[in-house]
Design a protein around this ligand. Structure first.
Ligand SMILES: [Zn+2]
Length: 251
C-alpha cells in the first residue's frame, strides 16, 4: 500500500503541552483534539528522536488500562510499551480515546463481554451477534499527532499488521513492527487465541492450536497438555518478546 498524505493538521487551539512527571520519568504530554473524530487524545513523548521512533499507538481500554482487567491484555501491553520506551530512552505512546472495544464504545464492549460469558462466543462473534462492527477504529488521529510532533518514521510496537497498514495509509512511514507479546493468563488466553485466529494478530507465543488441546495429545504424540500449560512453557526463560525483536517492513 502506498503511503498517503497526512490529510489534516491539528489547529493550534486544539493542542496543549506540558511536562508530566510520572513514576516512569518525565514525559512531554501533548493533548490534542482531533479535527476529524473530535475526541481529546494524548501523546506521551520521551526524548527527542524523530526518525525510527519507537511508538505505541494504544487504543483506550478503560477496564484493562486503568482497572487491570485480565480478560484482555491491553493494560499489560501498555506497561510493556512503556518498558520498551524507557529501555530505549526515547519513544512515544499515543493514547487514543474513543477506541473502546475496537471502536464500539464502553457500553457495547461490556455487552459483548456478557455474551462471551453467557454464550461462549469469542470477541468477534459476540460483536456481530449484537449487530456491532468488529473493528471501526480510526488511526488518523495518531497519524496527525505524529505529524504534528515532526516524527518522520516509526518502529511500531504492535502485533497487529493492520494497524501498521492503517498508519501508513495515513501517511506515516512505518519502518518496523516491534512485537509486543505479554504472558497470557487463564482469563485472556481465549481472547488472545481469537485475536490470532480471527483477527490476524501475530501472536507466535500462542503456539498450541486449540485442536491439539481437544485431541488430548500433541501433534507429535507428546503427553496430554492443556494449551495454557504449553503457552506458559513457551514463555519460560525470560524470553518475553517485548524486549523488542523488530521485524523489518518495506518502507
Ligand atoms: Zn482491553
Amino acid at each position: 500500500m502506498s503511503e498517503g498524505a497526512i490529510e489534516h493538521g491539528i489547529a493550534a487551539d486544539d493542542v496543549a503541552e506540558s511536562d508530566l512527571v510520572t513514576s516512569r520519568g518525565v514525559f512531554r504530554a501533548v493533548a490534542f483534539r482531533d479535527p476529524v473524530d473530535g475526541h481529546e487524545h494524548l501523546a506521551l513523548v520521551l526524548g527527542e528522536q524523530r526518525a525510527d521512533v519507537l511508538v505505541r499507538v494504544h487504543s483506550e481500554c478503560l477496564t484493562g488500562d486503568v482497572f487491570g482487567a485480565l480478560r484482555c491484555e491491553c493494560g499489560q501491553q501498555l506497561d510493556a510499551a512503556f518498558d520498551a520506551i524507557q529501555r530505549e530512552g526515547s519513544g512515544i505512546v499515543v493514547y487514543l480515546r474513543g477506541h473502546e472495544g475496537r471502536g464500539i464504545g464502553l457500553l457495547a464492549k461490556l455487552k459483548t463481554h456478557a455474551l462471551q460469558d453467557s454464550a461462549g462466543l469469542d470477541t468477534v462473534d459476540s460483536a456481530t451477534a449484537l449487530g456491532l462492527p468488529v473493528d471501526v477504529r480510526d488511526f488518523g488521529p495518531a497519524a496527525r499527532v505524529l505529524g504534528h510532533l515532526g516524527v518522520r518514521s516509526v518502529r511500531l510496537l504492535t502485533n497487529n499488521r493492520e494497524k501498521a497498514r492503517a498508519l501508513r495509509a495515513h501517511g506515516i512511514r512505518v519502518t518496523a513492527r516491534v512485537p509486543l507479546l505479554v504472558r497470557p493468563n487463564d482469563h485472556n488466553v481465549r481472547y488472545l487465541t481469537a485475536k490470532r485466529d480471527r483477527l490476524g494478530h501475530e501472536l507466535p507465543h500462542l503456539q498450541v492450536p486449540d485442536a491439539m488441546t481437544q485431541r488430548g495429545e500433541g501433534a507429535l504424540g507428546q503427553p496430554r497438555h492443556d494449551g495454557r500449560q504449553l503457552v506458559e512453557r513457551a514463555l519460560t526463560g525470560d524470553e518475553d518478546v517485548e524486549r523488542g525483536v523488530g521485524e523489518q517492513l518495506e518502507g
